[in-house]
Design a protein around this ligand. Sequence first.
Ligand code: ADP
Length: 399
Amino acid sequence: MKILVVNAGSSSLKYQLFDMDTESVIVKGGAERIGIPGSVLTQKANGEETVIEKDMPNHKVAMQLVLDALVHPEYGVIRSMSEIDAVGHRVLHSGGDFDRSVLLNDEVLKICKKNAELGPLHMPANILGMEACREVMPDTPMALVFDTAFHATMPPHAYLYAIDYDDYKKYKIRRYGFHGTSHKYVSQEAIRYLGVPAEQTKIVTCHLGGGSSISAVLGGKCADTSMGFTPLAGVPMGTRSGDIDPAVLEYLAEKKGYSVADCVTYLNKKSGVAGISGVSSDFRDLTKAAAEGNERAALALDVFAYGVKKYIGAYVAAMNGLDCLVFTAGIGENTWQVRKMICDGMDYLGIRIDEARNEQKNDGSIHDITADGSRVKVLVIPTNEELVIARETKELVEG
Ligand code: ADP
């Protein structure tokens, strides 16, 4: 069975074609600058990269170009589109209407459109991706895999905000959480590695990338997560503030002459470690600058690591214990300095890492950085959100 995984952003459309018999990637690629002059499609297969520069005014044209590239006689990988058995779409928000992945149909699309206002930065693009795919492959079954779905098991005391309950009901204002496919994948990999029944495990997963979120995974199910109503909440991120006193908004608006929308943009785009450091949102730049003596870069790293550390502590309390701490995504998998800063001084909670193992570059498999004798296992697990989407699509299509 071959499954195409599609991740549509506002001006991009990334894809991977999986052979599900071996769970291997046949081809991966992406269209960039959709609707912007200079659009380009890049496809990588069999170690070779093909770059196609072509005008892509919208997602439908981009999707058609992707399909053309997949079946191209020179650099294509399949003979005809009919070889694609199903498509899995990454979708940001289920709006609480779906607690798992679903097959796409008119009714589901309608619900997604209704929920678009809950994720204004991502949902319109996700919907364009679904519509474009349906137009160019009308007979191929499609599944939607939501970033929020893994968090649907959170109990009310974890997902409710302390606001008027009627407003929660009416406007759906609550914690949803994001990066769900990643938290699900790495927690399942960790459970497999631990070799104990899922029900007996207490895991904290740290997805640390451009956006970062921490989850408490109790008995294999999400018990709490740091992102909230939107992906702006939780730990500080590349350019996002993470948790902040909401009264700052009014003060900021007054001081800088901002509208509410301006304030949210400021917290999304001009804050985080980029805002503190004035150097970059990229942790490679920050660790380099800090090592060269840049104090604000060092401060940004401190604020980030401290933010993550506090969430880990909170989730150990929430679960009354911890068996395994997992790091994943760009920073979690690569930036050993940050892993060290987070784990230092947590021996009281049974967390100790082996410094030499921590500094080793990971080779794409599970990397165990636990110090000998540490009560809690500390693992670096490369995330694979696309594989989760392909697996769930396969499951749904096979019924
Ligand atoms: P996203 O998918 O959310 O954009 P990623 O998971 O790719 O983000 O993470 C990006 C972050 O990971 C950046 O801050 C980057 O500096 C950091 N990072 C550190 N080392 C590496 C590396 N070797 N490769 C990629 N990202 C890295």
